[in-house]
Write a protein that binds this ligand. Structure first.
Ligand code: G6P
Length: 377
């Protein structure tokens, strides 16, 4: 009914807006100041982690997307802090696929199950099959205290994101990323720890949509949602940490590494396919993202979204106006360390998805055919 739809929309907005606090809770007791971070709650991880030849993350749905960001974090940050001879690769697997294939696992590999509910059947089963019997270390990153995965793993961390009602995760997406950063920064430098401590307020700022830095005032995100509410497809492009981000609201959305666009998805782009490009100025590949937006490729047509008549929405950093001419809409977020950028860039996208879903009169908390927790195969 209309009333339940309105209640659902309000609670979804509330969960989006709770994210700054969720990040604070995820870091609480771990990053206390710019000079120290601890790994409380995961002692076994701290002991066995350095010997692990490989980290394998298993998860489903939104948790899988959070895991993809975790993969970049682990390899960029944890890899760097170890001897070159002991680099630690990380792989992220769909739990539903991983459980039925026969992956080659070493005894010292560490499995990490990410699950908001801690009850997802596919994610649980992998731990049972490849972890316990092989005495392989299995860790959990869960939101629900006392859940099956929390009980069945050897150790892990809770997200402390609070109950999440919306079926499509918002705050339970931000929390694992914040938590992973925290765990990895044990030997982090003060600048990065400082950036983490500043993050909740920056996110608050983005969500409150006040001030001059984030000039996409509520009105603009809302207006943009009105323009794109009838789109049937969205393409999300980014590189590095930003490629795993995507949002849905009964609109087919595809997240793609920007550089891969020329190998396929560019053929789909026309005026009916809006393209969101996440292009923070500090991205090491920022210049390449700019050419993805504007320039016709010198090598046979790769890259030029705008040249093919697509609507481009860019997300970039404060003070960057270089994209204003080329893009229909530019959303700006405050600058932070590159590995924290996804947590700021995702917020305007969540709001856009929320507004579009609401305008299309969808039940934003309970999309059709989906369950919050899938406890069967
Ligand atoms: C269901 C939900 C998704 C969720 C996925 C994994 O499919 O609809 O929103 O991301 O399960 O849930 P988990 O609790 O394991 O993170």
């Amino acid at each position: 009914s209309a009333i339940s739809r309105l209640i659902s929309a309000a609670s979804r907005l509330q969960e989006i807006c709770e994210q700054p606090e969720v990040l604070e809770n995820a870091m609480r007791g771990r990053v206390t100041n710019r000079h120290s971070a601890g790994s409380r709650g995961c002692r076994e991880m701290a002991e066995r982690w350095p010997r692990a030849p490989r980290i394998i993350v298993v998860a489903c749905g939104t948790s899988h997307h959070a895991g993809l960001i975790g993969e970049y974090l682990l390899e960029n940050l944890a890899g760097c802090s170890r001897d070159a001879a002991e680099m630690m690769p990380c792989e992220v697997e769909y739990a539903s696929e991983f459980r039925y294939r026969n992956p080659i696992l070493c005894r010292e590999d560490v499995l990490i199950a990410i699950s908001q509910s801690g009850e997802t059947a596919d994610t649980r089963s992998r731990r049972r099959r490849s972890g316990k019997s092989a005495r392989r270390l299995c860790l959990g990153i869960c939101n629900t205290v006392g859940s099956s995965i929390a009980r069945e793993t050897d150790g892990g961390v809770y997200l402390h994101a609070g109950p999440e009602i919306g079926v499509a995760s918002t705050k339970a997406f931000s929390a694992p990323a914040g938590r992973a950063d925290t765990d990895l920064r044990r030997r982090g430098n003060p600048c990065e720890l400082g950036a983490m401590l500043a993050l909740p307020d920056q996110l608050r700022f983005v969500l409150e949509q006040k001030g001059t830095v984030y000039e996409m005032a509520k009105g603009t995100v809302y207006e943009m949602a009105k323009v794109f509410k009838y789109a049937s497809n969205f393409l999300f492009l980014g590189r590095g940490y930003h490629y795993p981000l995507k949002e849905i609201s009964y609109i087919h959305a595809e997240g793609y590494p920007a550089a891969e666009m020329k190998h396929g998805p560019i053929a789909l782009i026309d005026q009916f396919m809006p393209v969101v490009i996440i292009a923070p100025t500090s991205d090491p590949n920022y210049r390449k993202l700019v050419s993805n937006i504007e320039e016709a490729s010198a090598h046979g047509g790769g890259g030029a979204v705008r040249a093919r008549g697509g609507s481009v929405i860019a997300i970039t950093e404060e003070d960057n106006h270089e994209l204003d001419e080329q893009c229909e809409y530019v959303m700006r977020v405050p600058s932070t360390a590159d590995f924290l950028m996804p947590l700021l860039c995702v917020a305007p996208l969540q709001l856009m998805a929320y507004y579009i879903a609401d305008m299309r009169q969808c039940n934003v908390d309970q999309p059709r055919n989906l369950a919050k927790s899938v406890t069967v195969e």
